[in-house]
Design a protein. Structure first.
Length: 98
């Protein structure tokens, strides 16, 4: 069973324009896949990327959790005088060797 998924028992119906359908047919043919295989594999790839890079955080945290997360990101950090001094000084690459 490909990709660890069980036997197919569900349908996904999609409406599109003739131009989009033709483009999908061409792409599927170029990869030696059926249109269904091409759409499913492309959709699974995109779904994995969305879930991996955190675009789904707002859903998994819930509204209250998401607001708390954003508030923490927006909160001011305490003053860091040593870091501020370090950032004001020229870097090793910026210093001139006279």
């Amino acid at each position: 069973m490909k990709n660890g998924y069980s036997r197919k028992s569900e349908r996904v119906d999609v409406r599109t324009t003739p131009a989009v359908k033709q483009l999908l047919r061409q792409a599927a043919a170029a990869t030696n896949k059926t249109v269904s295989e091409f759409i499913i594999e492309s959709g699974l790839t995109e779904a994995a990327e969305v879930l991996a890079d955190g675009r789904s955080w707002s859903w998994s945290l819930g509204e209250k959790g998401w607001r708390a997360f954003i508030a923490e990101l927006d909160a001011l950090t305490p003053p860091m005088p040593r870091l501020e001094k370090l950032l004001r000084e020229p870097s090793v690459l910026e210093r001139r060797n006279d």
